[in-house]
Design a protein around this ligand. Structure first.
Ligand SMILES: NC(=O)c1ccc[n+]([C@@H]2O[C@H](COP(=O)([O-])OP(=O)(O)OC[C@H]3O[C@@H](n4cnc5c(N)ncnc54)[C@H](O)[C@@H]3O)[C@@H](O)[C@H]2O)c1
Length: 452
């Protein structure tokens, strides 16, 4: 990014940020414009894969069709977009990715929903804003620092708004943590811990598709950990300053004695613990296998592919601008799913354990423990919501599309939160590649000083 291109000085960026923050805390309408009962919001979707079709297509229209219209569907794979149209059950016109501009011109959406492969988010965010649309973008907002810079510049230039759909803020457990930290019960948070365990089903699923390649996903430090980095930034109400990380491909990829191209037709089906029969999954067959000839996207790729370069084990240390130190780790080959999260405050400690698919008990569970210095400890659980991601997907859609929503916890996330979470993953990746401690401020030219 050339210096002379960057016309926004530190002061105006801070001021713009402060205004946007005030707006977002006052009203969840920021970024989407006013919704009203008598005028439906027109939305176009780019990226009609699983998230696009099932959440931003079907669930959105079934549940919120009174408030929104889906006016266009766009994908690089026209067959998949056609399946999406049929699955959603609407007459929404379908466009190839090359016809994105034509879709916008013909359908005149108020906002574009971006749910493509991560590395292409920025291309559509920027183009949509230039064509006069607001943007609702799946996490991670983007995968590269230059893309973050470009998005922020375009947002400033066009005056259009971006919502980053951090649904992980909307689960009951995440909200409970936010309430506790906001209450001040723990006092100043001196350090925090976040350990993510992805199991041999969920974790492995990333290594069967594009997510296993850094050039498409930015690595799991961006693709997956952006959820957790964003949660931590939001819980702590603080900004990351410096990042150090280690990471390896230590389990999948090259770490095996046999491999093939994909599970279908693999000669090692009988002896591979990770053999996955996609032919038994009707939706996956319709959405991916039947569309394979169009773009060569193989959904059941071999988890032992030598080309896999996305780390499956990683540790990250972060220092925040308020002095809090974060210790983060992610392992993607665990025998069960879950998280271990803790906050060490000057008045006590909060421990949170979240389990799913654990072999020793049948139900998904969370456990909260708050221990005050020199006092007792108390434990409790919060109810896990129903539906996708523990009820978080529905809660996010409610917030975005139902009228008269309030946002006392500040869950609605804009471009700033999206950029910061992506930059933390990018900084961690850079640290792994270079061995250096990476300053977030060195990654893009805008000073990152605002509260959101
Ligand atoms: N918030 C969440 O909980 C959550 C959950 C799942 C996925 N996601 C996000 O949703 C997005 C989609 O993930 P998914 O699981 O649906 O993946 P997917 O592979 O099922 O779908 C991706 C779609 O993007 C299309 N695509 C790829 N390159 C394109 C391009 N250049 N132009 C237009 N379309 C292109 C593909 O053809 C495919 O249809 C990702 O950004 C992912 O991070 C978020």
């Amino acid at each position: 990014m050339k210096k002379e291109q960057n016309k926004i000085n530190r002061r105006s960026f801070i001021e713009t940020g402060a205004k946007a923050t005030a707006l977002s805390l006052a009203s969840p309408l920021v970024g989407l414009g006013a919704r009203s009962m008598d005028k439906k919001r027109k939305l176009a979707l780019v990226g009609t894969g699983s998230r696009g079709t099932f959440l931003w297509g079907k669930k959105l229209l079934d549940g919120y069709g009174r408030y929104v219209d889906l006016v266009g569907l766009c994908d690089i794979n026209l067959k998949r977009a056609q399946f999406s149209q049929q699955y959603i059950g609407a007459k929404t016109p379908v466009y190839h990715a090359d016809e994105f501009d034509r879709m916008i011109a013909e359908t005149q959406p108020d906002a574009v929903i971006v749910a493509t492969t991560d590395s292409f988010h920025e291309k559509y965010i920027v183009r949509a804003m230039h064509l006069g649309c607001d943007v609702i973008c799946e996490k991670p907002l983007t995968t590269e620092a230059e893309q973050c810079q470009n998005i922020l510049l375009t947002e400033q230039k066009t005056g259009k708004k971006i919502i980053t759909t951090f649904n992980a803020r909307y689960g009951n457990d995440a909200e409970e943590i936010r309430r506790i930290i906001m209450s001040g019960e723990l006092g100043r948070i001196i350090s925090a811990e976040f350990h993510e365990y992805l199991d041999t089903i969920h974790g492995a699923s990333y290594f069967r598709r594009w997510n296993g390649r850094i050039k498409y996903s930015g690595s799991l430090l961006v693709h997956k950990a952006s959820h957790h980095f964003d949660q931590m930034n939001w819980w702590l109400d603080a900004e990351p300053e410096t990042v150090h990380a280690f990471g390896d491909v230590a389990f999948y990829g090259k770490n095996h004695s046999f491999r093939s191209r994909k599970c279908r037709g693999c000669p090692f089906q009988q002896k591979c613990d990770f053999y996955w029969d996609i032919t038994k999954n009707k939706k996956a067959m319709q959405m991916y296998v039947n569309c394979e000839d169009e773009d060569g996207y193989v959904r059941d790729s071999c988890v032992w592919d030598n080309e896999i370069d996305s780390y499956d084990t990683m540790t990250v240390q972060v220092r925040y601008n308020n002095g809090t130190l974060l210790n983060y780790s992610l392992n993607a080959f665990m025998p069960y799913e879950g998280q271990r999260i803790a906050f060490n405050g000057e008045k006590g400690r909060l421990d949170v354990r979240i389990y799913s698919r654990q072999p020793w008990q049948t139900e998904n569970k969370n456990e909260f423990r708050l221990t005050k210095n020199f006092q007792n400890t108390k434990t409790w659980s919060v109810q896990i919501g129903k539906g996708g991601h523990g009820g978080a997907d529905s809660a996010l859609l409610d917030m975005l599309f139902l009228p008269s929503q309030s946002d006392p916890l500040g869950k609605l996330a804009g471009s700033r939160a999206g950029v910061l979470a992506s930059l933390m993953g990018i900084a961690a990746r850079t640290s792994i590649e270079t061995g250096n401690i990476v300053r977030i401020d060195d990654l893009i030219e805008f000073p990152l000083r605002w509260r959101w």
